[in-house]
Write a protein that binds this ligand. Structure first.
Ligand code: PLP
Length: 373
């Protein structure tokens, strides 16, 4: 079968195995996982691989991705990570649970839940220092009390998010504060919170450090499952696959050229003034992949192949130590930004590969579920 270029090759068995190992590790500490699918646009086959690995929920920040998974009959609770009031009707329709921080949005959700004859479940996010979403701790009890007055909303849990905007690390102090807040809310309001969702892939070190876990019983994990690393220092997690995704592009030019451009230097295509080192005449290759396809800074090339630069549609490689000819395929690893951008590009085809022997399974827009059985 002829494969498209550029393409991203996805190993579902590696994703499943990463999910399984993480579910076992966190499960041994009483922590369930939500598999976060936003970097893969809610791709149903990947959600199924996460579920086969043991995650209990699939979470995504985009309602379009949640709707896609709902249409594909994904057999897990679907959680929306970011709730906008203008989407409230669709949220109630497609998501089982949503994360919230604003009363006005909760009122709108309750209104639509009533209209649809549903009770919509919510997790209230609390701000613990990272300064992205969250109700301030001092306002939390009053906020939950007001939420409890909404007729068609059920408060399922409390959560927090760290290490995203402010780069604040989950640690003993902020995690203990979250547990204390949970206890205060439960005691003052006489409710039981089923889910205490303490963080994301940045929580690994905290969970692995032997700290008391307190009331935390859930994490929302994307990057660790997809790319096999934690996100405080981007270390690989022992035993996990870090090569679940490969981006593959085609060589369209291969020539010896000077390493120093000649002529008067002005701005490049993106308004930067480039600098070069003179290394004499070198073997250079161009691949048909560019910034319209992928965040090129998020690409990892094989050590002997150096990425020199990129424009919208071309990546220039120093191939002096890695001979390439026209039509050859070049493999790149991806970091989170690279993965997110490549999965979002309409120019990059998405292919599922099975590892041994190498077999290609085509993307099925409406998966039947058969591919995992
Ligand atoms: C994206 C996101 C996550 C997952 O983050 P990872 O670093 O990929 O584990 C968790 N929670 C929220 C609210 C998010 O937006």
């Amino acid at each position: 079968m002829k494969l498209c270029l550029p393409r991203i090759e996805i190993s579902l068995s590696k994703i499943q195995e990463n999910a399984r190992i993480l579910c076992e590790f966190y499960g041994s500490k009483g922590i369930s996982l939500m598999g976060v699918s936003k970097a893969v646009l809610g791709e149903p086959a990947i959600a199924r691989a996460m579920i086969a690995g043991g995650v209990k929920f699939i979470a995504d920040s985009r309602i379009e991705n949640i709707q896609r998974m709902r249409r594909a009959d994904i057999p897990a609770q679907l959680v929306l990570l970011r709730t906008a009031p203008s989407q409230a009707e669709a949220v109630v329709e497609s998501a089982d649970i949503s994360l919230n921080t604003e009363l006005k949005t909760l009122e709108t959700l309750s209104f639509h839940a009533k209209a649809q004859g549903k009770i919509h479940r919510v997790i209230i996010m609390v701000e613990l220092g990272d300064l992205r979403e969250g109700v301030l701790p001092c306002d939390l009890v009053a906020f939950v009390r007001q939420t409890l007055m909404l007729s068609h909303i059920q408060v399922t849990g409390i959560g927090c998010n760290l290490a995203c905007y402010g780069g604040v690390k989950p640690n003993k102090r902020n995690m203990r504060l979250l547990s204390e807040l949970v206890n205060i809310v439960q005691n003052e309001l006489g409710i039981a919170l089923a889910v205490v969702s303490g963080g994301n892939s940045a929580s690994y070190e905290w969970a692995n450090s032997g700290q008391t876990i307190g009331e935390i019983n859930n994490l929302r994990i994307g990057e660790s499952i997809l790319l096999g690393c934690e996100t405080v220092s981007r270390q690989a997690i022992l035993g996990l696959h870090t090569n679940t995704f490969q981006l593959i592009a085609e060589v369209i030019e291969s020539k010896q050229k000077a390493s120093l451009p000649h002529g008067e230097i002005c701005q490049d295509a993106f308004g930067d003034i480039p600098k070069f080192k003179d290394r004499g005449i070198r073997e250079r290759a161009i691949v048909a992949l560019g910034r319209q396809d992928v965040l090129t800074a998020g690409l990892k090339s094989e050590r002997r192949l150096e990425i020199l630069g990129s424009s919208s549609d071309h990546i220039i490689l120093d191939s002096e130590n890695y001979p390439l000819k026209i039509g050859d395929e070049v493999n790149f690893g991806l970091d989170y930004g690279g993965l997110l951008s490549a999965m979002t590009s309409p120019f990059v085809s998405k292919e599922f590969v099975e590892d041994e022997p190498r077999q290609i399974v085509r993307t099925n827009p409406t998966p039947t579920g058969a591919e995992l059985n």
